[in-house]
Design a protein around this ligand. Structure first.
Ligand code: ATP
Length: 234
């Protein structure tokens, strides 16, 4: 579905991603893990057209993705829930969800998806009229994921969905990711919480300083004590 072939991504003269290759197959949950600054968020930003790829190629559903502007990436079926809950704080929860569907015209399907999202996150349903900026951190995180889902993406990019959440909400988020996949959405997940990410994912890529360190089935990585010690903070 998604293929990155030796991509390089820079901030000015500084290379943040150096020759990364990875593949995501339809229906998978793939996680990208690694320490702070490893290049995980940068990789998601490149896929969603927020940062240019200087070398290498990205392909989505057989079409080249390099240089495609962010709104066109959404149109092609990729939605990005960015790090740090970038919701619209002065809009209500309801209005934020609507914004997620801004490129869609299929009114009936939009309201079905809205209903599905409110079932996934009952907390959002209780607070539809609340200004998003006054919601708790965890609620804003749910809203960010819900809004990305409103684009009805084929591929959902999730950047640190569990960041800053209380343990009980972390569990809710990971259960929700599993349910999102059951509903047919492929997921590329960036997480600091590596063990929880490996638990929900099928496969994992471990990044270090912008390069691929290793990759494999998530359960195998989680069981390898040396890998857990070296890369996963275990
Ligand atoms: P974290 O888990 O800490 O979010 P990450 O793996 O997502 O880390 P990135 O955010 O992709 O890491 O950052 C990769 C590198 O690029 C880091 O060295 C970071 O300092 C640098 N970087 C990120 N954003 C910018 C920016 N806007 N300008 C300059 N350098 C940046």
């Amino acid at each position: 579905m998604l293929e990155l072939d030796e991509i390089h991504v820079y901030y000015g003269n500084i290379a943040a991603v150096k020759g990364l290759s990875l593949t995501v197959y339809p229906g998978e949950i793939v996680t990208l893990i690694g320490s702070n600054g490893a290049g995980k968020s940068t990789t998601l930003r490149a896929i969603s057209g927020l940062l240019p790829v200087r070398r290498g190629t990205m392909t989505f559903l057989g079409r080249q993705l390099n240089g495609v502007p962010d709104h066109e990436v959404v149109r092609r079926g990729i939605a990005h829930s960015p790090e740090g809950r970038r919701i619209f704080p002065r809009m209500t929860v309801d209005e934020n969800l609507d914004m997620g569907a801004f490129l869609r015209k299929d009114k009936e399907a939009i309201s079905e998806d809205r209903e599905m999202i409110l079932e996934l996150f009952p907390r959002l349903r209780e607070r539809l009229d609340q200004k998003a900026g006054t919601m708790s951190g965890g609620e804003q995180q749910m809203l960010a994921v819900g809004r990305a889902m409103m684009a009805r993406p084929q591929l959902l990019l999730l950047d640190e969905p569990s960041m800053g959440l209380a343990p009980v909400l972390v569990d809710v988020i990971f259960e929700t990711i599993a349910r999102i996949r059951e509903q047919g959405t492929t997921v590329l997940l960036v997480e600091q919480n590596a063990l929880a990410a490996l638990d929900v994912a099928d496969r994992a890529y471990v990044l270090e300083s912008g390069s691929l360190k290793l990759h494999g089935p998530a359960d195998e990585l989680a069981e390898d004590q040396e890998i857990v010690k070296a890369y996963l903070g275990g």
